[in-house]
Design a binder for this molecule. Structure first.
Ligand code: ADP
Ligand code: MG
Length: 263
Protein backbone atom coordinates (compact mmCIF):
# COMPACT_ATOMS: atom_id res chain seq x y z
CA UNK A 1 0.00 0.00 0.00
CA UNK A 2 1.24 3.45 -0.90
CA UNK A 3 0.59 6.34 1.45
CA UNK A 4 1.24 10.04 1.06
CA UNK A 5 2.82 11.81 4.01
CA UNK A 6 0.59 14.78 4.83
CA UNK A 7 3.54 16.84 6.09
CA UNK A 8 6.05 16.40 3.29
CA UNK A 9 3.84 15.12 0.46
CA UNK A 10 6.19 12.20 -0.09
CA UNK A 11 4.66 8.96 -1.28
CA UNK A 12 6.22 6.09 0.59
CA UNK A 13 5.75 2.42 1.18
CA UNK A 14 8.39 1.02 3.46
CA UNK A 15 8.25 3.84 5.93
CA UNK A 16 4.56 4.50 6.17
CA UNK A 17 3.40 0.89 6.06
CA UNK A 18 5.52 0.02 9.01
CA UNK A 19 6.13 3.15 10.88
CA UNK A 20 3.12 5.25 11.45
CA UNK A 21 -0.50 5.94 10.83
CA UNK A 22 -0.48 9.22 8.92
CA UNK A 23 -4.25 9.54 9.28
CA UNK A 24 -4.22 9.81 13.08
CA UNK A 25 -2.96 13.06 14.54
CA UNK A 26 -1.67 12.64 18.09
CA UNK A 27 0.05 15.98 18.64
CA UNK A 28 -0.93 19.21 16.88
CA UNK A 29 1.20 22.23 17.63
CA UNK A 30 0.37 25.74 16.40
CA UNK A 31 2.72 28.69 16.80
CA UNK A 32 3.81 27.40 20.20
CA UNK A 33 6.08 29.94 21.87
CA UNK A 34 7.80 30.18 25.24
CA UNK A 35 9.64 33.22 26.45
CA UNK A 36 11.52 33.54 29.71
CA UNK A 37 11.51 37.29 30.23
CA UNK A 38 12.95 38.82 27.08
CA UNK A 39 14.53 35.55 25.97
CA UNK A 40 12.50 33.38 23.59
CA UNK A 41 13.36 29.72 24.19
CA UNK A 42 10.81 28.32 21.69
CA UNK A 43 9.66 30.49 18.82
CA UNK A 44 6.40 29.83 16.92
CA UNK A 45 6.68 26.06 16.63
CA UNK A 46 4.31 24.36 14.19
CA UNK A 47 4.29 20.59 14.06
CA UNK A 48 1.97 17.61 13.70
CA UNK A 49 2.95 14.19 15.00
CA UNK A 50 1.08 11.03 14.06
CA UNK A 51 0.17 7.76 15.74
CA UNK A 52 3.01 5.25 15.84
CA UNK A 53 5.73 7.75 15.06
CA UNK A 54 9.08 7.98 16.75
CA UNK A 55 9.52 11.70 16.39
CA UNK A 56 12.96 13.02 17.29
CA UNK A 57 13.51 16.56 18.49
CA UNK A 58 17.15 17.17 17.70
CA UNK A 59 19.36 20.05 18.52
CA UNK A 60 22.28 21.21 20.59
CA UNK A 61 22.01 22.06 24.27
CA UNK A 62 19.84 25.11 24.81
CA UNK A 63 17.94 24.78 21.52
CA UNK A 64 14.57 24.41 23.29
CA UNK A 65 13.92 20.64 23.32
CA UNK A 66 13.11 20.33 27.01
CA UNK A 67 10.99 23.48 26.97
CA UNK A 68 8.86 22.01 24.17
CA UNK A 69 8.40 18.71 26.02
CA UNK A 70 7.51 20.49 29.25
CA UNK A 71 4.86 22.58 27.50
CA UNK A 72 3.38 19.48 25.85
CA UNK A 73 3.28 17.71 29.22
CA UNK A 74 1.53 20.68 30.83
CA UNK A 75 4.45 21.58 33.09
CA UNK A 76 5.18 24.95 31.50
CA UNK A 77 2.59 27.42 30.33
CA UNK A 78 3.20 28.62 26.76
CA UNK A 79 3.61 32.36 26.22
CA UNK A 80 1.69 32.12 22.95
CA UNK A 81 0.29 29.55 20.56
CA UNK A 82 -1.48 26.29 21.32
CA UNK A 83 -1.14 22.54 21.21
CA UNK A 84 -3.52 19.60 21.28
CA UNK A 85 -2.77 16.08 22.43
CA UNK A 86 -5.26 13.47 21.20
CA UNK A 87 -7.49 16.45 20.37
CA UNK A 88 -7.32 17.85 23.94
CA UNK A 89 -5.85 21.33 24.34
CA UNK A 90 -2.89 21.57 26.73
CA UNK A 91 -2.89 21.52 29.71
CA UNK A 92 -5.08 18.42 29.92
CA UNK A 93 -6.11 16.21 32.84
CA UNK A 94 -8.51 13.68 31.43
CA UNK A 95 -5.89 11.91 29.30
CA UNK A 96 -3.01 11.92 31.79
CA UNK A 97 -3.00 8.13 32.10
CA UNK A 98 -2.34 7.84 28.37
CA UNK A 99 0.85 9.88 28.68
CA UNK A 100 4.30 8.75 29.80
CA UNK A 101 7.03 11.25 30.58
CA UNK A 102 10.67 10.70 31.30
CA UNK A 103 12.16 14.03 32.37
CA UNK A 104 15.72 14.94 31.52
CA UNK A 105 16.52 15.22 35.23
CA UNK A 106 15.79 11.85 36.75
CA UNK A 107 12.54 11.98 38.74
CA UNK A 108 12.51 8.91 40.94
CA UNK A 109 12.51 8.35 44.69
CA UNK A 110 16.01 7.83 46.04
CA UNK A 111 14.95 6.53 49.46
CA UNK A 112 12.89 3.74 47.94
CA UNK A 113 13.86 0.55 46.18
CA UNK A 114 13.67 -0.04 42.44
CA UNK A 115 10.61 -2.23 43.00
CA UNK A 116 8.87 0.40 45.16
CA UNK A 117 9.42 3.07 42.51
CA UNK A 118 7.94 0.91 39.77
CA UNK A 119 5.04 -0.03 42.03
CA UNK A 120 4.41 3.64 42.82
CA UNK A 121 4.45 4.83 39.21
CA UNK A 122 2.25 1.97 38.05
CA UNK A 123 -0.03 2.45 41.07
CA UNK A 124 -0.74 6.16 40.54
CA UNK A 125 -2.14 5.28 37.15
CA UNK A 126 -4.39 2.67 38.73
CA UNK A 127 -2.86 -0.45 37.19
CA UNK A 128 -4.35 -3.70 38.57
CA UNK A 129 -1.88 -5.65 40.78
CA UNK A 130 -1.43 -8.67 38.51
CA UNK A 131 -0.93 -6.52 35.42
CA UNK A 132 1.54 -4.35 37.33
CA UNK A 133 3.57 -7.38 38.48
CA UNK A 134 3.80 -8.70 34.93
CA UNK A 135 4.74 -5.31 33.55
CA UNK A 136 7.34 -4.81 36.29
CA UNK A 137 9.10 -8.03 35.27
CA UNK A 138 9.11 -6.88 31.64
CA UNK A 139 10.46 -3.44 32.56
CA UNK A 140 13.18 -4.81 34.87
CA UNK A 141 14.39 -7.09 32.09
CA UNK A 142 14.23 -4.31 29.50
CA UNK A 143 16.33 -1.83 31.50
CA UNK A 144 18.57 -4.57 32.84
CA UNK A 145 17.83 -3.99 36.53
CA UNK A 146 16.47 -7.40 37.54
CA UNK A 147 19.28 -7.98 40.03
CA UNK A 148 18.69 -4.58 41.65
CA UNK A 149 14.94 -4.91 42.19
CA UNK A 150 15.29 -4.64 45.98
CA UNK A 151 18.15 -2.15 46.05
CA UNK A 152 17.70 1.37 47.33
CA UNK A 153 17.81 3.77 44.41
CA UNK A 154 20.33 5.97 46.27
CA UNK A 155 22.86 3.13 45.97
CA UNK A 156 22.55 2.85 42.17
CA UNK A 157 24.87 4.46 39.63
CA UNK A 158 23.70 7.45 37.60
CA UNK A 159 23.12 5.28 34.51
CA UNK A 160 21.02 2.82 36.50
CA UNK A 161 18.87 5.63 37.91
CA UNK A 162 18.37 6.88 34.38
CA UNK A 163 17.26 3.41 33.25
CA UNK A 164 14.85 3.14 36.17
CA UNK A 165 13.41 6.53 35.30
CA UNK A 166 12.75 5.27 31.77
CA UNK A 167 11.04 2.15 33.13
CA UNK A 168 8.89 4.30 35.45
CA UNK A 169 7.69 6.39 32.50
CA UNK A 170 6.61 3.31 30.53
CA UNK A 171 5.23 0.97 33.17
CA UNK A 172 1.59 2.09 32.87
CA UNK A 173 1.58 1.33 29.12
CA UNK A 174 1.00 4.89 27.86
CA UNK A 175 -0.03 5.44 24.24
CA UNK A 176 2.09 8.59 23.96
CA UNK A 177 5.51 8.84 25.54
CA UNK A 178 7.76 11.86 25.93
CA UNK A 179 11.35 10.85 26.52
CA UNK A 180 13.76 13.67 27.25
CA UNK A 181 17.30 12.50 26.45
CA UNK A 182 16.71 8.87 27.49
CA UNK A 183 20.01 7.64 26.09
CA UNK A 184 22.40 10.08 27.78
CA UNK A 185 25.03 8.17 29.74
CA UNK A 186 23.76 4.81 28.51
CA UNK A 187 26.36 2.43 27.08
CA UNK A 188 26.18 1.62 23.34
CA UNK A 189 24.81 -1.90 23.80
CA UNK A 190 21.95 -0.75 25.99
CA UNK A 191 21.32 2.23 23.72
CA UNK A 192 20.73 -0.23 20.89
CA UNK A 193 18.34 -2.19 23.15
CA UNK A 194 16.50 1.02 24.00
CA UNK A 195 16.03 1.95 20.36
CA UNK A 196 14.86 -1.57 19.56
CA UNK A 197 12.28 -1.23 22.34
CA UNK A 198 11.13 2.20 21.15
CA UNK A 199 10.67 0.74 17.67
CA UNK A 200 8.61 -2.10 19.11
CA UNK A 201 6.42 0.44 20.93
CA UNK A 202 5.90 2.37 17.69
CA UNK A 203 4.95 -0.82 15.88
CA UNK A 204 2.19 -1.31 18.44
CA UNK A 205 0.85 2.14 17.53
CA UNK A 206 2.39 3.95 20.50
CA UNK A 207 3.72 7.40 19.68
CA UNK A 208 7.19 8.19 20.96
CA UNK A 209 8.51 11.73 21.12
CA UNK A 210 12.14 11.74 21.99
CA UNK A 211 14.84 14.36 22.38
CA UNK A 212 18.48 13.76 21.78
CA UNK A 213 21.58 15.68 20.92
CA UNK A 214 23.17 12.54 19.48
CA UNK A 215 22.52 13.13 15.80
CA UNK A 216 23.54 9.57 14.90
CA UNK A 217 20.61 8.18 16.88
CA UNK A 218 18.07 10.05 14.84
CA UNK A 219 18.14 7.55 11.99
CA UNK A 220 15.88 5.39 14.16
CA UNK A 221 13.19 8.06 14.04
CA UNK A 222 10.33 8.20 11.54
CA UNK A 223 10.81 11.94 11.36
CA UNK A 224 13.04 14.44 13.03
CA UNK A 225 12.74 18.13 13.78
CA UNK A 226 16.02 20.01 13.82
CA UNK A 227 16.04 22.81 16.37
CA UNK A 228 18.35 25.72 16.67
CA UNK A 229 17.95 28.53 19.19
CA UNK A 230 14.25 27.81 19.63
CA UNK A 231 13.47 27.61 15.91
CA UNK A 232 12.51 24.50 13.98
CA UNK A 233 14.91 24.83 11.07
CA UNK A 234 13.92 21.60 9.31
CA UNK A 235 11.47 18.72 9.70
CA UNK A 236 11.24 15.47 7.81
CA UNK A 237 12.41 11.91 7.45
CA UNK A 238 16.10 11.47 8.26
CA UNK A 239 16.75 10.20 4.71
CA UNK A 240 14.80 13.05 3.19
CA UNK A 241 16.77 15.68 5.13
CA UNK A 242 20.03 14.09 4.06
CA UNK A 243 18.88 13.96 0.43
CA UNK A 244 17.74 17.58 0.46
CA UNK A 245 21.04 18.79 1.87
CA UNK A 246 23.09 16.24 -0.08
CA UNK A 247 24.82 15.14 3.09
CA UNK A 248 25.58 11.70 4.48
CA UNK A 249 24.62 12.23 8.08
CA UNK A 250 22.12 14.30 10.03
CA UNK A 251 25.00 16.01 11.76
CA UNK A 252 26.24 17.23 8.38
CA UNK A 253 22.68 18.11 7.36
CA UNK A 254 22.32 20.19 10.51
CA UNK A 255 25.60 22.00 9.85
CA UNK A 256 24.53 22.60 6.26
CA UNK A 257 21.14 23.98 7.31
CA UNK A 258 22.74 26.29 9.85
CA UNK A 259 25.11 27.56 7.18
CA UNK A 260 28.18 26.08 8.77
CA UNK A 261 28.92 23.48 6.10
CA UNK A 262 28.48 23.19 2.36
CA UNK A 263 27.14 19.95 0.87
N1 ADP B 1 13.08 28.40 33.58
C1 ADP B 1 13.90 29.02 32.72
N2 ADP B 1 14.21 30.32 32.89
C2 ADP B 1 15.01 30.96 32.02
N3 ADP B 1 15.57 30.38 30.93
C3 ADP B 1 15.31 29.09 30.74
C4 ADP B 1 14.45 28.33 31.61
N4 ADP B 1 14.35 27.07 31.13
C5 ADP B 1 15.10 27.03 30.03
N5 ADP B 1 15.67 28.23 29.79
C6 ADP B 1 16.54 28.57 28.65
O1 ADP B 1 15.85 28.23 27.47
C7 ADP B 1 16.76 27.71 26.51
C8 ADP B 1 16.28 26.34 26.06
O2 ADP B 1 16.44 25.44 27.14
P1 ADP B 1 16.05 23.91 27.01
O3 ADP B 1 14.66 23.82 26.53
O4 ADP B 1 16.37 23.29 28.34
O5 ADP B 1 17.05 23.42 25.88
P2 ADP B 1 17.52 21.94 25.51
O6 ADP B 1 16.62 20.98 26.19
O7 ADP B 1 17.47 21.89 24.02
O8 ADP B 1 18.94 21.83 26.02
C9 ADP B 1 18.13 27.69 27.17
O9 ADP B 1 18.85 28.85 26.77
C10 ADP B 1 17.82 27.74 28.64
O10 ADP B 1 18.84 28.35 29.37
MG1 MG C 1 17.06 19.44 27.50
Amino acid sequence: MKVTCPSCGLVGKVMFDRLFDASAKVVEIHDLTKAFGKFTAVDSLNLTIFKGEIYGLLGPNGSGKTTIIKMLCGLLRPTAGSAKIFGHPIPYKSIMNQIGYMPQDTAIYLDNTVHENLLFFGGIYGMPKNQLEKKEREMLAFVNLKDWRDSLVSTLSGGMKHRLSLACSLIHEPTLVFLDEPTVGVDPELRATFWGYFESLAQKGITVIITTHYMDEADHCTRVGLLRQGHLIADGRPGELKEKTRTRSLEEAFLFLTGRKQS
